[in-house]
Design a protein around this ligand. Structure first.
Ligand SMILES: C[S@@+](CC[C@H](N)C(=O)[O-])C[C@H]1O[C@@H](n2cnc3c(N)ncnc32)[C@H](O)[C@@H]1O
Length: 233
């Protein structure tokens, strides 16, 4: 299957629109993602490591968040940015984001990132749990978009899922009904099924791929997250 085709990317957009009411269960480790107290504490410990790295990065000045979703990191970015713009293809997730963040000075844009050009330059571009949804064949195109959004000294910060190095039935997502190369078949609680791009990188591979696009990077990882910054060479 061609995992970069337009139908698949449209299905991915539909999936996140339909998933809006249940999306936060994943981040908050509740409902179908509840794995007990010990795993919740481990999750929070790793999130804190990522959060510290974002603090060191310093998302200041004009900040752009790509695929901002329901706003867990938007809220965090709004604290340090002078001006924050959030782009996502789903009006439903952005409505939830706006409600959560509660800031009238955040600029929300409903657009498809595979078909969008920024009309401003930003000091920092941030994207969390998005790069894994960019097909490998479109990685170069995506980093060109990031490049076009940044001021000459601007930098990017990313966070994403990492394949568990010690996988177990308790860490696997029960709502992924089929794993293929760079592709998941996922279901929502109502039973509907969607194909979603899912490219899981290890730090070394991701660093090499981004550097091959003309960037210098510093990519790190915890057990469940991969994160880091990129600036132009
Ligand atoms: C895994 S979520 C990540 C959301 C958020 N960054 C977070 O950390 O929770 C992926 C997001 O990408 C958005 N998305 C999917 N396809 C998109 C596209 N083509 N253009 C823009 N956003 C898209 C979805 O609506 C969803 O909010």
């Amino acid at each position: 299957m061609d995992v970069s085709d337009d139908d698949l990317l449209a299905e991915q957009r539909s999936y996140y629109r339909a998933r809006t009411p249940e999306y936060d269960e994943w981040w908050q480790r509740r409902g179908r993602y509840d794995r007990g107290e010990e795993q919740l504490l481990e999750w929070q410990r790793q999130v804190a490591v990522v959060d510290d790295a974002l603090t060191s990065f310093g998302a200041k000045g004009l900040v752009l968040e790509l695929a901002g979703g329901t706003g867990w990191w938007t809220e965090r970015l709004a604290r340090t940015a002078d001006r924050l713009t959030v782009v996502d293809s789903s009006p439903e997730v952005l409505a939830l984001n706006q409600e959560r963040v509660g800031r009238s000075d955040v600029n929300y844009v409903v657009e498809d990132l595979f078909d969008w050009q920024a009309d401003s330059k930003y000091d920092a571009v941030f994207f969390s749990f998005w790069l894994s949804h960019v097909p490998r064949a479109r990685l170069g195109e995506f980093w060109s978009l990031v490049d076009s959004c940044l001021t000459p000294s601007g930098r990017a910060f990313l966070i994403d899922n990492r394949n568990d190095q010690v996988p177990s039935t308790t860490t696997k997502d029960p709502f992924v009904v089929q794993y293929d190369t760079d592709l998941h078949l996922r279901r929502l609680s109502g039973g509907s099924r969607y194909r979603v791009v899912s490219v899981m990188y290890e730090p070394g591979e991701l660093q090499s791929l981004i550097e091959a696009e003309g960037w210098t990077t510093e990519i790190q990882a915890t057990r469940w997250f991969i994160f880091g910054s990129a600036g132009r060479l």
